[in-house]
Design a protein. Structure first.
Length: 103
C-alpha cells in the first residue's frame, strides 16, 4: 500500500511538472506571432503607436487580452489585436500573459 501511494505521488508530481513546463513553452511559442509588432522583448511600440508590453504584469496582460477578445478594450488600432485575440483560448491567454510578464 505504501509503495502504491509513493508511485502515485511520483506520477502526480511528474504530471504537474510537465504541465508547468508545457505552459511556459506554449507561451513562448505563442509569443512568436506577437514579436513582429511588439519586438522580441516586448519593448517595441506596436505599429508605432501602442505602448510597449514589456514590464506589464500578468494580470494586466490577461485583462488586455481578454478585453481584445471580447472587443471591449484598446485604442484606435485595436482591430488587429481583436483578430489575434479571438483565436486564443483561456489557456493560451494565461500562458501568453505569463510568458510576456517575464520578458
Amino acid at each position: 500500500m505504501k509503495r502504491t501511494s509513493m508511485v502515485l505521488s511520483l506520477c502526480l508530481s511528474l504530471t504537474l511538472g510537465f504541465a508547468a513546463v508545457g505552459s511556459a513553452a506554449d507561451g513562448k511559442a505563442l509569443y512568436e506571432k506577437c514579436a513582429g509588432c511588439h519586438g522580441a522583448d516586448g519593448a517595441k511600440k506596436a505599429l508605432g503607436i501602442g505602448k510597449p508590453i514589456k514590464g506589464m504584469s500578468e494580470a494586466d496582460l490577461t485583462t488586455a487580452l481578454n478585453g481584445y477578445k471580447a472587443k471591449n478594450y484598446g485604442g484606435e488600432k485595436k482591430a488587429m489585436m481583436e483578430r489575434q485575440a479571438e483565436k486564443l483560448s483561456a489557456e493560451d491567454i494565461s500562458a501568453l500573459a505569463g510568458f510576456i510578464s517575464k520578458l
